[in-house]
Write a new protein. Structure first.
Length: 180
């Protein structure tokens, strides 16, 4: 029951953000939409920051991580290459398809490094699994993804539609692949 309520709070917050085009909605607005008190939201989230992280992580998983399809063939490094390419392509597609929601869902995360780590945890987990690192803190996976920040961080979104996008990705891949 608590998970259902938590999911409803996240979905309602996301819907309000989408409807208003503003990430500055209040807990009172969310609670009113759900027919509960804003204090009831605190039973599921410690604070507004935790709720916003959950909204961003849910959106990111649904719109980017869950849309990545690769076939698990080749060496771990080849699989990682294919997954990273699918990941950066999914981010680019999401930005191009719905730039307003992309911006709204990333503007909070851009300024919160710890929240960014939370949102990217699924990506780190996938990289760790592909590479058989078995690193409980995902340190190597985090570094690999950080190397591709020009293709993943929203600050660089204006460069994602440049004609040399894939060649730049491949040049970066060539730089890091031997260090995996």
């Amino acid at each position: 029951m608590a998970q259902n309520t938590r999911a409803k709070i996240i979905a309602t917050a996301e819907a309000l953000i989408s409807q208003t085009g503003n990430a500055g909605i209040t807990l009172n607005q969310i609670a009113e939409q759900l027919g509960m008190t804003h204090a009831a939201i605190y039973k599921h989230f410690r604070n507004k920051q935790e709720l916003w992280e959950a909204v961003a992580a849910t959106w990111f998983k649904r719109e980017i991580i869950d849309k990545i399809q690769i076939t698990a063939t080749g060496t771990p490094a080849e699989q990682l290459h294919d997954w990273l390419w699918a990941f950066v392509t999914a981010k680019k597609r999401t930005y191009n398809t719905n730039p307003q929601m992309f911006t709204l869902n990333t503007q909070y995360i851009d300024n919160q490094p710890m929240a960014l780590r939370t949102v990217l945890k699924d990506a780190y987990r996938i990289i760790d699994t592909l590479m058989n690192y078995h690193d409980e803190n995902y340190e190597r996976a985090e570094l690999i993804l950080a190397a591709f920040s020009i293709f993943t961080l929203p600050n660089f979104k204006e460069t994602w539609n440049e004609p040399d996008y894939q060649p730049r990705f491949e040049r970066l891949w060539q730089l890091i692949k031997n260090g995996l």
